[in-house]
Design a protein around this ligand. Structure first.
Ligand code: PRP
Length: 218
């Protein structure tokens, strides 16, 4: 199986992404852009959802309609994925939201899981993972592992920027997971940042910058 990888080339996505990348974009605008991209990318990622036929009544007549046949779970990866959540909720207002906490150890560039309160058995049929950055791919692979262990078969990763290395890693580990992105950038630098990228999406949306110093919960 080969992972379905889609880069959304819509003019709104391209222009909002360009504004997001600019280093002087303030946090308040960064959050708005990320929310918009969360909505646009979630819409694009949901084109092949299964629907059931339904009979509906308009003020004029009875006619045919459709309803979604699967329960949707939105899974923002803390912290940065939070910025995409409200946008995704505009697309799926009835979705369940399951937060997963994963940060990347900045020295070893490996994912560290620190938050997971999933119930024992799955309560949704299809999950959309939300995380703006797919760098080494370690966090996305770890989050997908968690969801698969939970029992979810249909998983879709929605990100804003991916690196070639991250896309390759996620698609190698989980070829059944579709990937939707706004861009695949050039490469990862020695510090594991995507180039040209946009910097640290968590710090930029929350204004934490150099003050952020993540620690696992003991
Ligand atoms: C960033 C990003 C992803 C991860 C990507 O989070 O939001 O979760 O790194 O890197 P990877 O593909 O190499 O795993 P970060 O660790 O900065 O945590 P934060 O969201 O709390 O800022």
């Amino acid at each position: 199986m080969v992972a379905a990888i889609r880069v959304v080339d819509h003019p709104l996505v391209r222009t909002k992404l360009a504004a997001l990348r600019i280093s002087t974009t303030p946090a308040r605008e960064f959050r708005m852009l990320l929310e918009d991209l969360g909505m646009l990318l979630t819409y694009e990622a949901s084109w092949n959802l299964e629907v059931c036929d339904a009979t509906i009544t308009t003020p004029i007549a009875v006619t045919k309609g459709a309803t979604l046949s699967q329960r949707i779970g939105l899974v923002p990866i803390l912290r940065a994925g939070i910025g995409m959540l409200n946008g995704a909720l505009h697309v799926f207002p009835d979705a369940q939201v399951w937060h997963l906490g994963v940060y990347r150890d900045e020295h070893r560039l490996v994912p560290v899981e620190y938050y997971n309160r999933l119930p024992q058995t799955p309560t949704v049929d299809r999950c959309f993972i939300l995380d703006p950055m797919l760098a080494t791919g370690g966090s996305a692979v770890a989050a997908t592992d968690v969801l698969k262990r939970w029992g979810i078969c249909h998983i879709h990763f929605i990100g804003v920027i991916g690196s070639p290395e991250g896309v390759y890693r996620l698609s190698q580990h989980h070829p059944d997971v579709a990937i939707t992105l706004a861009a695949i950038d050039d490469h990862l630098n020695d510090s594991g940042f995507i180039v040209p990228g946009l910097g640290d999406a968590g710090d930029r949306q929350f204004g934490t910058g150099i003050y952020a110093c993540p620690r696992p919960i003991e």
